[in-house]
Design a protein around this ligand. Structure first.
Ligand code: NI
Length: 137
């Protein structure tokens, strides 16, 4: 870690302190580091060819005809992107699945859309982490 000195006007510094208070960061340094990470993340994600890792989670209706089979087939067709998955039987009819994906941002998003757009899939959510951030932290 390196120490750097930055010059910042009063209004902007108040904004940093307000963000720190609201989000629970303990220091200005941690607040500014997190803001930079977010900006870098948005920058990488705007380039759809860049590699990423991602977590896809969704709930689906176990009783919807052939849905589980269609979901499995979708993952098999794009198996190069699927790293691992977790299945939880939530109740009699609902299953929760969490899949870890890795590959180009565009391909990962396409796969997530192909899963979450299926009838009977609910609460689909994709969290994309730029791979570059993992390598350098
Ligand atoms: Ni299940």
């Amino acid at each position: 870690m390196q120490r750097v000195t930055i010059t910042i006007d009063d209004d902007l510094l108040q904004t940093v302190d307000a963000l720190a208070a609201r989000r629970g960061y303990s220091t200005r340094s941690e607040t500014i580091r997190e803001l930079i990470r977010r900006a870098a993340s948005e920058d990488v994600l705007s380039n759809i060819r860049k590699p990423c890792v991602a977590v896809l989670d969704y709930v689906y209706d176990h009783h919807t005809r052939a849905l589980a089979q269609r979901i499995t087939s979708t993952f098999h067709e794009r198996r190069g992107l699927a790293v691992s998955s977790l299945h939880v039987h939530l109740d009699r009819g609902s299953c929760l699945e969490v899949a870890v994906l890795a590959g180009p941002v565009v391909a990962v998003r396409d796969l997530a859309d192909a899963i979450t757009a299926q009838r009977g899939v609910r609460h689909g959510n994709l969290h994309v982490v730029p791979e570059i951030l993992n390598r350098h932290s």
